[in-house]
Design a protein around this ligand. Structure first.
Ligand SMILES: [Zn+2]
Length: 435
């Protein structure tokens, strides 16, 4: 461990003192199901109950104000984005708690999501919050309820030591998971919550996460003609969809070769109801992740910070595939876009990245900054609100959405220490030289 100044030493000691609270509160939080209602799960939970639990913790921690508010139903349109249509947000509030830490003009948003993916197929009891083998087990431990408690414990440690001045906006948001596209974080941005910096605690592996790919979700509909399975004259949409799928495979190969961190993943291929009926329609849905350069190119061509060029190329590829088939020439496959959420990058030498990197070095867990391949909420803070943002998540790599989701107790503690030191540096630049 490097030599640390007295304030940093005191902050780390305060987190150690709060370790029992950190573990117990995470366990209690995991026992409150907050499964995203669009998880497809048979036992979708209740994000509101999770927010009420956090509200209680924020009150005890001395929040200056606490707001609970639902996302507007047209949140994506208001943000100028294509996002999942028709989602219900009533009774699924976001929480924003403001904490004032003594005098200081700087402010930081601490953001993480309260919703989890579903629990069907889990191999451990999803809501046990059990502690064993140096880990805490259950849905949301790594992704990302553990990180929400990490943020609160970091705040409490800073309050105890009293060496940090400034303002923290603690945000617990809904609808990040299950194609959610960050509705909760976008709603916070649109509501006008802003700060000098943002730390997004959703994530794994405790490293400074400096960006993410964008992601566009396409839906391709392929028509046939319905008929009796025993008679002629029908056109089987499955056969036509297989033809279209081969064109998607070709597009995938051409897309991924120059973009090794990007993927086209076909996640839905749906057709037919009964063996006695020739299916009239097939539906294919896929996620296509795209690099920062694609958004730059789209913007340069006047199409905005999104994947307009890739989307145009994909639509052209589907038209070309339809033109190769007699039936499809007259009944071409159609392409719709379910979402297109943008990528972002924060420069490695920015204050917020350097604060996270220094914090990790100070706790003896040095890690180089790098972007992640999957999309996450930080993109809304970076692109919509133009806030310098870094990801700093203590989840266990590979456990998010997993059948045996858990988080290491040591990572919870290290996460709280890293977040506390990063906040201290960002809020009190004159005291730490991180400016
Ligand atoms: Zn997450």
């Amino acid at each position: 461990m490097p030599d640390l100044d007295l304030a940093k030493q005191a902050i780390l000691a305060a987190v150690d003192d709060l370790r029992d609270d950190l573990v117990a509160q995470t366990a209690e939080f995991v026992r409150i199901p907050t499964v995203n209602p669009y998880s497809g799960d048979s036992s979708a939970g209740n994000e509101q109950a999770g927010q009420e639990f956090l509200k209680g913790l924020c009150e005890v921690a001395g929040a200056a104000s606490i707001a609970l508010f639902d996302c507007p139903s047209d949140v994506f349109a208001r943000g100028g984005l294509i996002g999942p249509a028709g989602r219900e947000f009533a009774g699924r509030p976001n929480l924003v708690a403001e904490f004032v830490l003594g005098g200081g003009s700087k402010s930081v948003i601490v953001n993480c999501h309260v919703d989890t993916v579903g629990t069907d197929g889990m191999e451990v009891e999803p809501f046990s919050g059990e502690v064993r083998e140096g880990a805490l087990w259950g849905r949301g431990t790594s992704d990302s309820k553990g990180n929400l408690i990490v943020g609160l414990i970091a705040l409490r440690a800073l309050q105890r030591v009293g060496a940090t001045g400034g303002r923290v906006l603690y945000q617990s948001v809904v609808d990040e998971e299950c194609n959610g596209s960050g509705a909760g974080t976008l709603a916070c941005c649109l509501a006008g919550y802003t700060a000098d910096y943002a730390l997004v605690l959703d994530g794994s592996g405790l490293y400074p996460c400096t960006g993410c790919n964008g992601v566009a979700t396409a839906e391709v509909r392929v028509s046939g003609r319905a008929g009796h399975a025993a008679h002629g004259g029908a056109v089987n949409a499955i056969d036509k969809a297989v033809h279209i799928k081969s064109a998607i495979d070709q597009f995938k190969a051409a897309w991924e070769a120059p973009n090794p961190d990007c993927r086209l993943t076909l996640g839905v291929f749906r057709a037919g109801t009964l063996p006695a009926i020739v299916p009239a329609e097939a539906v294919l849905q896929m996620n296509i992740t795209y690099p920062h350069a694609q958004a730059e190119a789209s913007q340069a061509s006047g199409e905005g910070w999104r994947a307009a060029l890739m989307r145009g190329d994909f639509e052209q590829a589907m038209r070309a595939a339809s033109a190769q088939d007699d039936w499809l020439r007259a009944h071409p496959a159609t392409v719709g876009w379910i979402k297109d959420v943008y990528p972002f990058r924060t420069p490695d030498d920015s204050s917020v990245v350097r604060a996270a990197q220094q914090a990790l070095t100070d706790i003896g867990r040095p890690a180089a900054p790098r972007p992640m391949t999957a999309w996450f909420d930080a993109a809304h803070l970076a692109v919509n609100s133009r806030i310098p943002v870094v990801g700093l998540g203590a989840g266990l790599e590979g456990e998010a959405h997993g059948a045996t989701e858990h988080i290491l107790l040591e990572d919870l503690v290290s996460g709280a220490k890293a977040v506390a030191l990063a906040l201290h540096a960002l809020l009190s630049p004159d005291r730490c030289g991180t400016g």
